[in-house]
Design a protein around this ligand. Structure first.
Ligand code: DGP
Length: 113
């Protein structure tokens, strides 16, 4: 998707701090961390948001959730972590490329909104 920030990061056109990469997904450090550890994991194929997951593309979401525990282990998140995806304006989704925030490395608030 030519005007998509995360597509440009995946393509290496915009630099990022890579944490993990395979054929289907790319993970990198959030530029504005909201916790001691804040990693974003995205599908390489452009999916705009959680609302656009369907039977054609959902296998990559399953793959993302297989990779997340590996990233958490590599990042030393032994005491737990939080996974969040923002979907649409009410949830303040700012980048229109499906992404999952992996947050941890410290005690987080019970509040999620
Ligand atoms: P969301 O608000 O859920 O759409 O999250 C988008 C996240 O993307 C936000 O936490 C900041 C991060 N972000 C935005 N631009 C860049 C960038 O150029 N590089 C990196 N590494 N992260 C970015």
């Amino acid at each position: 998707m030519p005007d998509c920030l995360f597509c440009k990061i995946i393509a290496g056109q915009i630099p990022s701090a890579k944490v993990y990469e395979d054929e289907f997904v790319y993970a990198f450090r959030d530029i504005n961390p909201q916790a001691k550890t804040h990693v974003l994991i995205v599908p390489k194929a452009h999916i705009a948001s959680c609302a656009d997951i369907n039977g054609e593309n959902s296998s990559v979401v399953a793959h993302i959730f297989e990779v997340i525990p590996k990233i958490a282990e590599c990042e030393g998140l032994k005491n737990g972590f939080r996974v969040i995806t923002n979907c649409g304006p009410d949830a303040c989704q700012s980048v229109k490329h499906l992404h999952f925030h992996i947050l941890g490395g410290e005690q987080m608030s019970e509040r999620m909104a």
